[in-house]
Design a protein around this ligand. Structure first.
Ligand SMILES: Cc1cc2nc3c(=O)[nH]c(=O)nc-3n(C[C@H](O)[C@H](O)[C@H](O)COP(=O)(O)O)c2cc1C
Length: 189
């Protein structure tokens, strides 16, 4: 059921790094992005796939993780993503991706959730460095990175509490809590 999949599709940042994600799986996921809505149907998004440890390590080094978790610098070796999909905008097709990449990323992550995988959209990217290590032509602008793997953390949705904080947090049992605003607070008319 879609509603169940959407609930299951949380941002995961710790993975069983030794569980590989096949290149064919990444191709199937990108196909969901390819088939997603695109403004004016221009389809400016292009993708770089990675599921090899060496390439993964190069990508990992350019990413910023969980800004609200001040005491956590990102996943340790052994808990890092086993694959990535780097979403690019081909500026020869369109100067800006608009919101196409968000739509494509959600399709990709829902597909991943359906396959028992999980991931995280990452916009905190050292784009200059990632372009360099991926040897990208200047026409390709990095818009978003999707980290993927077999999730190793428990993530739960909470209601935003009386303090109004939307900051996600880790409890002592290492469960990751994500406060979401109540339905009646987001429907304003
Ligand atoms: C456009 C976008 C950019 C994001 N960038 C990052 C990021 O740079 N680093 C990170 O750890 N999480 C990032 N996230 C994940 C969000 O922190 C996450 O979606 C949010 O905490 C809500 O959790 P949920 O996805 O489980 O609902 C990003 C999410 C979106 C939609």
């Amino acid at each position: 059921m879609l509603a169940e999949l959407v609930r299951k599709n949380r941002s995961y940042r710790r993975f069983y790094q030794d569980v590989p994600v096949k290149l064919e799986t990444l191709r199937e996921l990108v196909d969901l992005g390819r088939l997603s809505a695109s403004a004016m149907n221009l389809q400016p998004l292009k993708y770089v796939l990675s599921c090899e440890p060496e390439k993964n390590a190069l990508i990992f080094a350019t990413l910023g993780w969980a800004a609200y978790l001040k005491d956590w610098e990102g996943p340790e070796e052994g808990e890092r993503p086993s694959a990535y999909i780097v979403i690019l905008c081909d500026t020869q097709i369109n100067q800006s991706p608009g919101c196409d990449h968000g739509i494509a990323a959600q399709s990709i992550l829902l597909g991943a959730a359906e396959k028992g995988l999980g991931g995280c959209m990452i916009a905190t990217v050292n784009r200059k460095e990632l372009s360099r290590v991926l040897n990208l032509e200047p026409r390709y602008q990095i818009v978003l990175v999707i980290a993927l793997g077999k999730p190793k953390e428990n993530v739960v949705i909470d209601n935003v509490g009386p303090d109004g904080s939307i900051k996600y947090w880790h409890d002592a049992g290492e469960t990751h809590h994500v406060p979401k605003r109540a339905l009646d607070d987001v429907i304003i008319g």
